[in-house]
Design a protein around this ligand. Structure first.
Ligand SMILES: *Cc1c(COP(=O)(O)O)cnc(C)c1O
Length: 377
């Protein structure tokens, strides 16, 4: 079990969620845990904007929770709420070795009094892989490592049975990235939350929002939330995963599944509202491979750091590079722009300082014994 006291999550349903205000029927129907401190702030970057756009703001999901944050916490409020409601004691999920989602699941599960099992697969080595693995140990996660996704899927079937036999209850299976319809609802709330901040005068209504596209729950939910609020915003979804994972057809399927989930609880969205929030997939900043850093991404990280923003090479640096390219080309002239910071900014170093990597499954020691990719050194 976990070795340090993480901020506890109250099992009480959070009283303040913009989703309840927009769709009152959901408050009783969808169990939700209090894991995120919401609303996350919006902060302006006037020096970077200059006169090249009307306004440039950052949505600070990096500050969503103190132990470990980022965009996954919004999905986990609903996914883990469902797990608790169903009487599960454990959750099982998937990710690559350094997966932010697997770590967020481990930390949030521990905060909610649940155990977690992570089914991990290989990725390119980066410094944060080691950190995330050690932090998963601190959170008490049970880790398994497989060479391929097919092996991880087979392993998952075995682990679900094994855990059910041991505890009497099957663990809740959470898909990679937390991106099923229920997890996506967390980002419907996020879109409504941003709209409330616009209404409160904290920022102008955004013409464009830039963010990374991975398993797509973030983009799909945000679009539905913005549409439900009546905003007219173009979502610039910067693909950072293989096109088999992030693509238009799968985005449409997840969007429809989420609309269907909302509809079963009596919450309707007009197709005309959806048309007001187009999603543009940007493919030009992916580079060679998932989690392989790019020169443009690294340059974007350096420029962001000059303005107090800490980004990463796998997700946010690539998305910010897309924003900077449009800013520098004059494409954002007169526009109000938001960068959605999906990365956790929690400093894990003090928590993992005394953890020995040899407590990890042996196959994962590789990430500690081999150099990280050149752009990350
Ligand atoms: C998972 C992740 C994303 C992608 O979110 P999806 O909902 O999977 O598309 C973006 N940024 C960071 C930092 C992430 O960890």
């Amino acid at each position: 079990m976990q070795r340090i006291a993480l901020e506890p999550a109250t099992r009480k349903r959070p009283a303040e969620r913009d989703l309840w205000r927009q769709f009152p029927a959901l408050e009783g129907a969808l169990p939700c845990l209090n894991l995120a401190s919401l609303p996350t702030p919006v902060t302006a970057l006037p020096a970077l904007a200059g006169d090249r756009c009307r306004a440039l703001f950052v949505k600070r999901d990096d500050q969503i929770a103190s132990t470990y944050g980022g965009n996954k916490v919004r999905k986990l409020e609903f996914l883990l709420g469902h797990a608790v409601d169903r009487g599960c004691r454990e959750v099982l999920t998937f990710g690559v070795a350094g997966s932010n989602h697997a770590l967020a699941t481990a930390v949030c599960a521990a905060r909610a009094g649940l155990s977690s099992i992570s089914m991990l697969t290989p990725q390119t080595n980066t410094r944060y892989v080691a950190k995330n693995l050690l932090m998963s140990l601190v959170a008490g996660a049970e880790l398994h490592y497989y060479r391929t996704q097919a092996e991880a899927d087979a392993g998952a079937r075995f682990q679900l049975l094994r855990h059910k036999r041991r505890t009497g209850v099957e663990p809740l299976l959470i898909p990679g990235g937390g991106s099923n319809a229920l997890g996506t609802v967390g980002f419907v709330n996020a879109g409504l939350e941003l709209a409330s901040q616009v209404d409160a005068g904290l920022l102008p209504a955004p013409d464009r929002i830039y963010l990374p596209l991975g398993t797509m729950g973030t983009v799909a939910g945000l679009r539905l939330g913005l549409a439900a609020a009546g905003l007219k915003t173009r979502i610039m979804a910067v693909r950072v995963v293989h096109p088999n994972i992030g693509n238009e057809a799968r985005l449409e399927a997840l969007t429809q599944a989420t609309i269907e989930l909302l509809r079963t609880h009596g919450c309707k969205l007009a197709p005309s509202q959806l048309a007001d929030v187009p999603v543009e997939l940007c493919h030009d900043f992916f580079g060679r491979k998932y989690a392989v850093f790019t020169d443009e991404g690294m340059a974007a990280i350096r420029r962001a750091a000059e303005h107090g923003l800490q980004l990463d090479g796998t997700y946010t640096g690539k998305a910010f590079a897309a924003l900077l390219a449009d800013l520098d080309s004059g494409a954002l002239d007169g526009q109000s722009v938001v960068f959605w910071n999906t990365l956790s900014s929690a400093n894990l170093s003090p928590l993992i300082a005394d953890v020995d990597y040899r407590q990890l499954p042996t196959a994962l020691h590789w990430y500690f014994q081999h150099p990280v990719q050149r752009l990350d050194r």
